[in-house]
Design a protein around this ligand. Structure first.
Ligand SMILES: Cc1ncc(COP(=O)(O)O)c(C=O)c1O
Length: 437
């Protein structure tokens, strides 16, 4: 028995894997990973896989990055963790200061969680509690986009519109509203992405005009709706959403859990619309893909609504690992790399080169809606295969690629440290896969 087989069999028995029908692993083997280096993951039998999805969109600067490793190792010898209620520590303070300085203006208060979904929960609870503290407890509802994804916990699922994740739990979820997505693929012939955005904004306006009195917040993934299939939209929608939320007294939550930290070309996607939300949710790339860490940045107005002598007016939410020192230190190392290597400028140049390298793929007869934004490339595959996602995943592994299509949408969301040669390999082997689709 190979080392791989031993680990995958033991894993199947002992580990309940996320986002997985476990029975599927009767025919589709798990991939045991022994180690990672740069953009590559290595199994126990010496095979390698190019991590073209940044391990669920978290990894920015490669696996086993020496600079992040060094920062965590140093922190490990000083302080691994201390509760953040009643205590504080340097990595949490400095990270909060630096995030506030980098984020759109006015977001000066950092509340920490662990995964992305815990950031969503924090933002939703804070938004509701804000209105309650201000004497408007009837503002209990949330609005999100069709095709939105904000995480798997019950509050987050309540503002998520991906049926396969949501439907079975529907009886447990809050009664929130969805409004049309500004997804540019919905353009009628001759219609611009901006016009689609304007059309969707008109629907948001109608929703808020009718229901603002019961609506606490509108939550949106700025510029790219990831989990429902990399739907990209015009920044104009965010400009309009900001204006409408302000006009109707509804808080704006920007879920930049996936789009943050350079993924869409700017540090935060909101920058491309020139807007500041009331809440900015961050996770994934925040710790460079090393440790579970999330953060919700909020405004003085929000913070001040909780600041009182009465304990119950405070935000009493917590997680044991809130503001974990190792995770905050990893995040500081990530911010250092952004600053010291001028990563955003380097990425802009890479994105141009990599899009050119992907041109033959974009021209493949099975490719539809080829699109790119920052360090995300996506397209739909015209295929008769009902099992395309699973088939493509297996075909990619055979060609040393880690690809995880979403339905018939295939995307690349690589670590930023990929070389041109590695991107060329990714594009050409994907082209080969499509020949069989
Ligand atoms: C936009 C967005 N929000 C929230 C989440 C949930 O994050 P997590 O999986 O860390 O709970 C995700 C995860 O993919 C996401 O893409």
């Amino acid at each position: 028995m190979s080392a791989n087989t031993d680990w995958l069999e033991r894993s199947r028995r002992a580990v309940w894997h996320p986002c997985t029908q476990m029975k599927a692993h009767e025919s589709l083997p798990l991939v045991p990973i022994a180690r990672g280096s740069g953009a590559w993951l290595y199994d126990f039998d010496g095979r390698r896989y190019l991590d073209a999805v940044s391990s669920w969109w978290v990894n920015l600067f490669g696996h086993a990055n020496p600079r992040i490793n060094a920062a965590i190792t140093e922190q490990l010898g000083v302080l691994e963790h201390v509760l953040l209620a009643g205590f504080t520590h340097a990595p949490a303070v400095v990270l909060s200061e630096r995030l506030a300085a980098l984020a759109p203006a006015g977001l000066g208060h950092a509340f920490y969680g662990s995964d992305g979904a815990s950031a969503t929960e924090i933002a939703l609870k804070m938004a509701f509690h804000y209105w309650s503290n201000r004497g408007q407890p009837e503002k209990t509802r949330f609005v999100s986009l069709a095709g939105s994804y904000h995480g798997e916990t019950l509050g987050a699922l309540g503002v998520t519109d991906v049926p396969v994740f949501r439907d079975v739990y529907a009886p447990l979820l809050g009664r929130n509203a969805t409004v049309p997505t500004p997804d540019a693929r919905a353009a009628a012939p001759g219609e611009s992405a901006r016009a689609v955005a304007e059309r969707a904004a008109a629907a948001l306006e109608a929703q808020l005009a009718a229901h603002h009195a019961s609506t606490a917040a509108f939550i949106v993934e700025p510029l790219v709706q990831g989990a429902s299939g990399m739907a990209m939209f015009d920044a104009h929608y965010l400009v309009r959403a900001r204006e409408l939320c302000t006009r109707y007294g509804v808080l704006l939550i920007a879920d930049e859990i996936m789009t943050g930290f350079g993924r869409t070309g700017t540090l935060f996607a909101c920058e491309q619309a020139g807007i500041a939300p009331d809440f900015l949710c961050l996770s994934k790339g925040l710790s460079g893909g090393y440790l579970p860490l999330s953060c919700v940045l909020s405004t003085d107005a929000v913070f001040d609504a909780f600041y009182a002598d009465d304990a119950a007016r405070g935000f009493l939410h917590s997680h044991s690992y809130t503001g974990n020192a190792l995770a905050c230190r990893a995040a500081l190392a990530v911010l250092d790399i952004f600053r010291d290597d001028d990563v955003l400028a380097a990425n802009r140049a890479k994105a141009v080169r990599w899009t050119a390298l992907a041109a033959p793929l974009a021209a493949h007869p099975a490719v539809r809606n080829f699109r790119q934004r920052g360090m995300i490339w996506a397209f739909e595959v015209d295929t008769g295969r009902a099992d395309f996602a699973r088939w493509c995943f297996a075909e990619a592994l055979r060609r040393e690629l880690l690809l995880r299509p979403i339905g018939r949408t295939l995307y690349f969301m690589p670590p930023y440290i990929l070389s041109d040669d590695e991107f060329a390999l990714l594009a050409s082997r994907t082209h080969e896969i499509l020949d069989g689709a």
